[in-house]
Write a protein that binds this ligand. Structure first.
Ligand code: PHE
Length: 461
């Protein structure tokens, strides 16, 4: 049932199930959907990639999302305390997840700051006709020592604004801050991004882009790396096994339809991912058309390069460019911000619970420390170079280790899986069957273990 019962003593709650679902989708739908999924899908077999992707969604994404929800909702705390309540020794796992969140948040904020600057730049296409030189030189001052402090032009002010906003929203709390943000931000994102996709579909060459993205290369299905890429994408994209969904679920009222919400969140996130694929590849098709090359010959189709070099280049060449630019960078900023808030909330609540702080004290102290690290590392030249390494480590290795540990702890060490299943089923309409136990206890850790070995091998190779 979706009926709600009173909050547990003293703990804040989302005001409604809808508020929780919107916030959870806001966390999931982030930069990873916009700049990571399209390129990963294209390189992983195009249309054929949807098979491993959907299998990863159903065999790991949804089951582990349920696990996160169950842990948070049953034990009513952010990751460290929730795991501790489950099994004393598991508190360390919660701190490991919190550490990953902290690291990701420090560079995620920087990218949102860039998006804000570029939103502003869109109105007069400040990047001119050499978007690459503008990004690395004029904007980031790569090669100049120290932090760039140029107002608006540099990363400093937008980055300060991002962290200040995060602190204010977290201090306002779960219902008045985080939920409000998502209730406004998510519809805005969907509307803005849909407008962008519609516009992109009308550009000459759009269909070539879509063909490039969706034409299946069935051979990819026999490549283990493609499967690994699909599982990695699902993990990062759904924000699972980071402890985030544990803290979000911990603020759900006692009687809340957890599993059905999980299904909505999982499918909504993947739908947004597909929409992003369509928007990005239609635009890339247009770029290829302008340059008289094939889509396959284009470079810079993922990550920061896609967003801050390739997109500005295309935008400058299209009719209605300012609007398109504003929609693109506005979407990046909102999608990123509604994810960033979940990352920092996870860290902040963990410290709040550990040291008995008020939510304001926790938000201010965690926010300031993160902002300083964010500045020191990623708004400086040397830090930028570290971004990629950090990203590799946190996303590829950190999260896989965390997911394996979580499965092993819950099923084999703390042996709470049956309790958690009972808990989910007691509150939800979608019943979790017994299949869940071997999926979490065997399938997931074994597959993730293979993934880990492969990733470590790739990194040291
Ligand atoms: N899911 C977000 C994305 O796709 C990123 C994220 C990862 C957010 C982990 C929170 C936690 O970009």
């Amino acid at each position: 049932t979706t009926s709600v019962s009173p909050a547990p003593e003293g703990r804040e709650t989302w005001t409604s199930n809808r508020g929780f679902i919107l916030a959870a989708i806001g966390s999931a739908a982030g930069l990873g959907n916009i700049w990571r999924f399209p390129g990963v899908a294209y390189e992983g077999g195009g249309g054929a990639f949807l098979i491993p992707y959907l299998i990863a969604l159903v065999t790991a994404g949804i089951p582990i999302l349920f696990l996160d929800y169950a842990v948070g909702h049953r034990f009513r705390a952010a990751a460290p305390l929730a795991f501790r309540r489950m099994w004393r020794k598991a508190e360390a796992l919660g701190w490991f997840q919190t550490a990953i969140l902290f690291v990701i948040s420090t560079y995620y904020a920087v990218i949102i700051a860039w998006s804000l600057s570029y939103f502003y730049f869109s109105f007069d296409l400040s990047w001119g006709d050499d978007a690459a030189a503008f990004f690395t030189g004029d904007y980031l001052h790569l090669g100049d020592p120290g932090v760039s402090t140029e107002i608006v032009g540099g990363v400093a002010w937008p980055l300060i604004a991002v962290w200040a906003a995060i602190i204010v929203i977290l201090a306002l709390g779960v219902a008045k801050g985080v939920e409000k943000l998502n209730v406004i931000g998510l519809p805005l994102l969907v509307l803005g991004f849909s407008a962008l996709v519609i516009k992109a579909l009308t550009l000459p060459g759009a269909s070539d882009g879509l063909n490039a993205l969706f034409t299946p290369d069935w051979g990819a299905l026999t490549d283990l790396n493609v499967w690994i890429a699909a599982y990695s994408q699902i993990f990062f994209s759904m924000s699972i096994a980071f402890g985030i969904m544990i803290s979000y679920a911990s603020f759900q009222r006692r009687k809340a339809n957890m599993t059905s919400s999980g299904l909505v969140v999982g499918f909504a996130n993947s739908s947004f991912e597909l929409l992003a694929g369509i928007g990005v590849f239609s635009t890339l098709g247009f770029l290829a058309h302008q340059q008289s090359v094939t889509v396959g010959e284009l470079e810079g189709i993922t990550g920061p390069t896609l967003s801050f070099i390739t997109f500005p280049t295309v935008i400058a060449q299209m009719p209605g460019s300012a609007l398109f630019g504003a929609l693109f960078f506005g979407s990046l900023a909102i999608a990123g911000f509604t994810s960033l808030i979940s990352l920092v909330l996870g860290v902040s609540v963990a410290f709040q619970e550990k040291f008995g702080l008020s939510k304001t004290t926790a938000a201010v102290s965690v926010g300031i420390v993160s902002a300083i690290v964010s500045f020191g590392l990623f708004a400086t030249t040397t830090g930028l170079i570290a971004l990629d390494t950090v990203d590799q480590f946190a996303n590829n290795i950190g999260i896989v280790v965390s997911a394996i540990a979580m499965c092993v702890v819950v099923v084999w060490l703390a042996r709470t899986i049956e309790t958690l299943r009972g808990h989910l089923n007691a509150v939800s309409t979608f019943t979790v069957g017994k299949w869940w136990i071997p999926v979490i206890g065997l399938y997931a850790p074994i597959f993730l273990g293979i993934m880990l070995v492969q990733k470590v091998y790739d990194l040291v190779k």
